[in-house]
Design a protein around this ligand. Structure first.
Ligand SMILES: Cc1cc2nc3c(=O)[nH]c(=O)nc-3n(C[C@H](O)[C@H](O)[C@H](O)COP(=O)(O)OP(=O)(O)OC[C@H]3O[C@@H](n4cnc5c(N)ncnc54)[C@H](O)[C@@H]3O)c2cc1C
Length: 493
């Protein structure tokens, strides 16, 4: 199994990353990227340690592989997968959204359904299964960019001014395709091995050239990453304990005529193929189950922060405060329950891949855009001004001239200043720093805009059965009395 050190060595390649108008020479020693690269390396080391039970035999390769990249073929496999995902998520307390298990889950599900990548025009099934074997063998970190750049949402790319703003095929060669254009928003790509580029937003037949799915090494010729402002450099670990460790960085991916060989192409100018890729294969539900497992861990951590603030501030016994903590506990438990319900109601699909229950996964995902802001609001409410009644940085604790005042005025019963300041700086990094603001946006948008996430919940709820139950009830009486035919008490299976 690939170790963290091996992963870090592999990042020292010719990747073209731009930050503040300059090209980044080496992500592993750049202050904006080295911390998250180190965190990802820790994840690979965790997976490689047999004590963590994160590997299992993969029939596709005949060797031990990282469990999070394998195809779940039984209920036990799903349970083991959840444990492995939790092990990684607990390491970052849920603050790293795009750890390698996210896109890895999509890729595993793709490979479970090779026929979804076969059309009369082209058979790309061997590309998908071959790439999955590489993922298992090489333990790769793949990130993705599957959303068109936010140019206009009034139309799709074919109607935009300028050719190939969204990534599309400009040329076909005997050995592959040449891709030009951009795609958003590749979280983690700066420190990934490879990027999966595709489009999950619905396209029209006129967008055929943009209907692609393929992987490229981050160091591919012509591939550029334009990063947003980094947060890892905001301050030190005491002042910004989350920013300095877990800033995944987000980047716009630009492809300047990047050549992609056929063995890396999964969907080639096939609008329906994109839907099959994400939905017929079960990739979307398996990948987003990972996201909800990770979210569960983060919510428990936030609940822990809230409970600790209440303790330190001496308000934990007040019924009104317990009500707020109770609401937070309820929200966290709801998501955890959805994760477990998805596993409990999982079933094998036609290819024998066990799919987490879509209603449970999408039910939680559909609520996330309201749930996360509510969770933050409760934490803000409990924190009060404590997150601002803080020294500007740890330097004030190190200066004897200021330390005495901080020791005297920024403490709580049984909690020395250095510990109280530490806690409240952590809380600020969760609710108020730029890192926190990005996380707020992330949880609302990572699976699509809120209206999109609710669309999944709507379509997978089983409204047909729910409406049929109401119809059956309505049929049980008329304006003259009971008909005797109405069934009550039916419920969706
Ligand atoms: C921090 C962060 C990390 C991300 N990481 C990744 C990643 O790793 N990989 C990746 O591929 N993507 C990633 N994304 C991108 C994410 O998938 C998109 O943000 C998401 O799909 C929504 O698209 P959009 O941002 O273009 O919003 P838009 O589609 O432009 O929507 C923005 C808003 O416009 C309104 N709106 C637009 N269209 C409609 C409509 N038809 N009906 C009703 N209202 C509408 C809604 O208010 C909507 O919320 C990330 C996003 C964020 C914020």
């Amino acid at each position: 199994m690939r170790t963290g050190a091996e992963y870090l060595t592999a990042l020292k390649d010719a990747r073209e990353i731009y930050l503040d108008g300059e090209r980044v020479a080496d992500v592993t020693d750049h202050p904006a990227f080295a911390p998250i690269a180190a965190t990802m390396a820790e994840l690979f080391d965790l997976a490689a340690d047999p004590a963590n039970k994160m590997t299992r035999h993969a029939p596709e390769t005949g060797a031990e592989a990282n469990l999070v990249f394998t195809i779940p073929r039984s209920r036990d496999d799903l349970a083991a997968r959840r444990h492995a995902i939790e092990t990684w998520a607990r390491h970052t307390h849920g603050w790293v959204g795009r750890s390698p298990d996210h896109v890895g889950s999509f890729l595993a599900a793709f490979a479970s359904s090779p026929e979804s990548f076969t059309t009369e025009r082209r058979d790309l099934s061997a590309s998908v299964t071959g790439y999955h074997r590489r993922l298992l063998d090489e333990n790769l970190y793949v990130s993705y960019a599957i959303i068109p750049p936010q140019v206009s949402r009034a139309t799709t790319a074919h109607a935009w001014e300028g050719d190939f703003v969204q990534a599309g095929v400009v040329e076909e060669r005997p050995d592959g395709i040449v891709v030009r254009g951009a795609q958003m928003l590749a979280t983690g790509a700066t420190v990934a091995d490879e990027i999966f580029i595709s489009c999950i937003k619905p396209l029209t037949p006129d967008d055929r050239d943009f209907a692609v799915g393929f992987t490229v090494p981050v160091s591919a010729d012509g591939l550029k990453l334009y990063c947003r402002r980094p947060y890892a450099t905001t301050g030190g670990p005491y002042d910004y304990p989350l920013s300095t460790r877990y800033d995944e960085t987000d980047a716009l991916v630009v492809l300047d005529d990047v050549f992609v060989p056929w063995e890396r192409v999964f969907v080639d100018r096939d609008v329906d193929g994109l839907r099959r890729q994400f939905f017929t294969t079960g990739a979307h539900v398996l990948g987003n189950w990972q996201a909800q497992i990770r979210f569960t861990v983060k919510l428990r951590f936030i609940a822990g922060l809230a409970g600790k603030i209440a303790d330190v501030n001496g308000v934990g016994r007040i019924p009104g405060v317990q009500e707020k903590l109770g609401e937070l506990a309820g929200l966290a438990s709801l998501v955890e329950s959805a994760v477990l319900a998805a596993e409990y109601r999982a079933a094998p699909d036609g290819n024998g891949m066990w799919r987490p229950d879509a209603r449970a996964v999408y039910g939680a995902m559909g609520l996330q855009a309201e749930l996360y802001p509510r969770v933050l609001a409760i934490l803000r409410d409990l924190a009060g001004g404590g997150v601002l009644q803080l020294p500007s940085s740890v330097a004030d604790l190190h200066n004897p001239a200021t330390r005495a005042d901080i020791d005297r005025y920024v403490q709580s019963p049984g909690v020395e200043a250095v510990e109280r300041v530490k806690l409240f700086k952590l809380v600020w990094d969760a609710i108020g720093s730029e890192f926190a603001g990005r996380h707020h946006q992330y949880e609302m948008f990572y699976a699509g805009a809120p209206f999109v996430a609710k669309g999944y919940a709507y379509r997978n709820f089983g409204y047909g059965q729910a409406i049929a139950d109401v119809d059956a009830f309505l049929a049980g009486y008329t304006d003259t009395g009971y008909t005797g035919t109405g069934k009550t008490g039916t419920s969706a299976a």
